[in-house]
Ligand binder design. Structure first.
Ligand code: NAD
Length: 304
């Protein structure tokens, strides 16, 4: 009997598919020690972003054949360690693109119009119409860093808002940018200098860590808004904090943080920072798609 261990919350439709393959154990919130113990005799491990599948976990696994990541980023899985042991890692890269793009637009609008701050004020019984005066997105320049699946969905939506779009992605063909109606720039600094709103949609790698650092933040417009629905480590948070505190840029809207959950992150004390707790893929549709796509792949692999 195939043993399947699920260590993060998974959509019920996905569980149903897994139950067709073997015996499913759902054990969320495991400590590292508990995971090291449980992993020994399972054939399949299914996670989302919560479980850290590190090298020591993989080395303890005696029967593991497949690791399923119900989502996009596999940065919580040591893929090299898995590959060395012949363990296949599967994910669902397309499942959440629209959900993340929609949250990006939501955060962009919320930051431009101070929606969370105004809501909180209204609920405190205040009626402060001047304090929350915002800016329009219409006619503004949006700088999109990373024009992959999510970046492209953001472009389509931002076009409908009448934004001019420039993009930085050295790896996509010029024709893709042309088809999208995006002006490609060769240099991230140029994008930072010219954009009114900047949004990040690149993976976190050693190359992209702090891709938005001191130099880039110093180049941004005084009214710039930065949105990050990709990974926290892409932005140098200390420099971002200083810039926002000293009103060198207008606002930041963040779904992701260098440390999650954030512990005493000073960014969260600022009035011009709004955010969500890594909610990009947290929709009914994306969770269902991520879970079922991964479960179907596991089924295919095991049934050969
Ligand atoms: P993707 O692979 O389709 O696109 C990434 C793009 O980034 C590619 O076009 C690639 O060429 C480009 N890129 C890579 N390195 C670059 C660099 N140094 N400079 C500029 N561009 C570079 O990925 P995607 O599906 O669009 O997802 C993007 C990221 O969003 C993921 O890596 C993940 O970290 C994040 N994400 C977040 C959530 C969330 O819950 N907030 C959910 C899903 C994905």
């Amino acid at each position: 009997m195939v043993k399947i261990l699920v260590t993060d919350p998974l959509h019920e439709e996905a569980i149903k598919i897994l139950e067709e393959i073997g015996e499913v154990e759902i054990a969320t919130g495991l400590s590292k020690e508990e995971l090291l113990e449980k992993i020994k005799d399972v054939d399949v491990l299914v996670v989302r972003s919560g479980t850290k599948v590190t090298r020591d976990v993989i080395e303890k696994a005696e029967k593991l054949k497949v690791i399923g990541r119900a989502g996009v980023g596999v940065d919580n899985i040591d893929v090299d360690a898995a590959t060395e042991k012949g363990i296949i890692v599967v994910n669902a890269p397309d499942a959440s693109s629209i959900s993340v793009a929609e949250l990006t637009m939501g955060l962009m609008l919320a930051a431009a119009r101070n929606i969370p701050q105004a809501t909180a004020s209204l609920k405190r019984g205040e009626w402060n119409r001047k304090r929350f005066k915002g800016i329009e997105l219409y006619g503004k320049t949006l700088g999109v860093i990373g024009l992959g699946r999510i970046g492209q969905q953001v472009v389509k939506r931002a076009k409908a808002f009448g934004m001019n779009i420039i993009g930085y992605d050295p790896y996509i063909p010029k024709e893709v940018a042309e088809r999208l109606g995006v002006e490609l720039v060769d240099d991230i600094n140029e994008l930072c200098r010219r954009s009114d709103v900047i949004t990040l949609h690149v993976p976190l790698t050693p190359k992209t860590k702090h891709i938005i650092g001191k130099e880039q933040i110093a180049l941004m417009k005084k009214n710039a808004i930065i949105v990050n629905c990709a990974r926290g480590g892409l932005i140098d948070e200390k420099t971002l904090y200083e810039a926002l505190k000293n009103k060198k840029i207008r606002a930041a809207a963040l779904d992701v943080f260098e440390e999650e959950p954030p512990k005493n992150n000073p960014l969260l004390t600022l009035d011009n920072v709004i955010g969500t707790p890594h909610q990009g893929a947290s929709t009914e549709e994306a969770q269902k798609a991520a879970g079922t796509i991964v479960a179907e792949q596991i089924k295919k692999i095991l049934r050969g």
